[in-house]
Design a protein around this ligand. Structure first.
Ligand code: ATP
Ligand code: MG
Length: 470
């Protein structure tokens, strides 16, 4: 669940926004002062920040921009001023709202902020402390990824439009960031917008801005993402989902670098590099009539295809270490310990096809760093569907029948293994193991006694049966 930090010294206002945000499914942290806010941010796990535009608010915005560039900062000002709004956006705010804006606007903005978590505002520093790599968080040593890196290097410093294609979760957004960060636009904003996540009618004003009174609910003039990206890069994610109307307008921006705010006839000029991405087959969309062919050719000046993980499995060992290091240290209490995979477990990872690509891989590692108690991740710790791809492999899932067991004996052995694994995962804390097994603690204690289970039996589970525990 995304976690929002609200910085507000007035308890009543803090309470109001806290409740509003919570009601919309976010977790909320309230800080009454900047120092409290900085402490919470330094502990990690903050997905967006919301503050006012007082002197302290401005100071906080500057600190977020310089030290926590990955956290978007939304300003909710007590004053409706276009000057403040432009100033805040230039300083690196993700969005500027006022207390008169509707709850819907505020939640909408928060939603966008969380979606665009790594938004880099105009003044954001080039070198991100966490990622000293040239390509940011993008790692890979396979030939396929090396080719992607070479293309990024070659095209970064041109203004050519780039179209990134690839299955979901392959790293398209990271490629876009790497291009921006290796270009001489790097000190200007990289503005990310997910064309699929925003309803068509809102997307136009999100991209191009709107004038006050342009439509119901347009209480004031707002600048769009293209204006925010001036001098920098705009990343149009999920471009394949854009409506035909907007496709026409985007085509015009590509041809003339000019557009109008919704409700205005005054053309605006911007200097923006466009990177688009999609996981759809645009050629098929063109045939089906949902994507404009002329727009496709305008976008596809430099195509970059990010290959799926199953086609570059040689990256798995490196990715595993990368994520273990990064995710293992996310919670403060875990920072000292970094888990390792057993050889057999790694073999299973290499055999699986990863339909969800790196996102699936990353999520699995995050889950394991939280759930596995010991320091070594074993085959039986892996999720069922990943181990499932190895069914029939004797070394990993021995069949009880092959071991010459009858039904009763096999069931008993299975129960024993299940209990042993729960005990192992919880370091033999019986109350925790009982919770994991969704079993009464006394029942568990009885079973342990009856089965004469002792800690040294832990080894047996390593050759035991696949286990349905999470
Ligand atoms: N080569 C890589 N090295 C390290 N992390 C990666 C790599 N590729 C992707 N990731 C991580 O995997 C996750 C998915 O990446 P990203 O969002 O860039 O994928 P995507 O192709 O844009 O997916 P979608 O089409 O679903 O939007 C992110 O958390 C990203 O950090
Ligand atoms: Mg993406």
């Amino acid at each position: 669940m995304p976690r929002i930090l609200v910085i507000e010294s007035e308890a009543k206002i803090a309470d109001h926004y806290g409740k509003l945000i919570q009601d919309h499914g976010y977790e909320v942290e309230i800080a009454q002062s900047n120092s409290m806010a900085l402490k919470l941010m330094s502990e990690g796990c903050i997905d967006a920040v919301m503050t006012n535009y007082s002197v302290a608010g401005k100071r906080l915005l500057d600190m977020v921009v310089s030290d926590y560039r990955e956290i978007p900062c939304i300003i909710v000002s007590s004053k409706d001023s276009i000057r403040d709004s432009v100033d805040a956006i230039k300083r690196g705010a993700f969005d500027f709202l006022t207390r008169n804006d509707s709850n819907k606007d505020i939640i909408g903005s928060l939603h966008n902020a969380v979606e665009n978590r790594n938004y880099a505002g105009p003044k954001r520093r080039r070198s991100d402390k966490m990622n000293p790599n040239k390509f940011g968080e993008l790692v890979g040593e396979s030939a396929a990824m090396q080719a992607v890196f070479r293309t990024i290097e070659k095209v970064a410093n041109t203004d050519s439009t780039v179209l990134i294609t690839g299955e979901s979760g392959t790293g398209k957004e990271l490629v876009a960031r790497a291009i921006h960060n290796n270009s001489d636009r790097r000190d200007k904003p990289l503005v990310v917008i997910n064309c699929g996540a925003i309803p068509g009618e809102l997307l136009e004003s999100e991209l191009f801005g709107h004038e006050k009174g342009a439509f119901t609910g347009a209480h004031r003039t707002r600048i769009g993402r293209f204006e925010m990206a001036d001098g920098g890069t705009i990343f149009l994610d999920e471009i394949g989902d854009m409506s035909p109307d907007l496709q026409v307008k985007l085509l015009r921006v590509l041809q003339e670098q000019s557009f109008e705010r919704v409700g205005s006839t005054k053309p605006m000029k911007v200097n923006v590099r466009i990177i688009a991405a999609t996981n759809q087959n645009l050629q098929k969309s063109i045939e089906e009539g949902t994507f404009r062919e002329d727009l496709y050719y305008r976008l596809n000046v430099i195509p970059i295809h990010v290959p799926p993980l199953r086609e570059r499995k040689s990256d798995i060992p490196l990715l595993k270490d990368w994520f273990l290091k990064r995710l293992g240290g996310r919670r403060r209490q875990d920072r000292k310990r970094m888990k390792v995979f057993s050889d057999k477990a790694l073999e299973v990872l290499m055999r699986y096809d990863w339909p969800g690509n790196i996102r699936e891989f990353e999520n699995m590692i995050e889950r394991l760093t939280v759930l596995v108690e010991g320091d070594v991740i074993e085959v039986e710790d892996l999720p069922e569907r990943i181990r499932g791809s190895n069914i029939g492999e004797k070394a990993i899932t021995p069949s009880p029948l092959q071991n010459g067991m009858g039904f009763n004996e096999a069931v008993e052995q299975f129960q024993k293994d299940l209990i042993l694994q729960a005990l192992k995962q919880t370091n033999w804390v019986k109350a925790k193991a009982a919770d994991l097994l969704k079993m009464n603690r006394t029942t568990l204690v009885e079973k342990i006694k009856k089965m004469q289970l002792e800690p040294f039996e832990r080894v047996r589970t390593e050759e035991g049966f696949p286990n349905p525990l999470p």
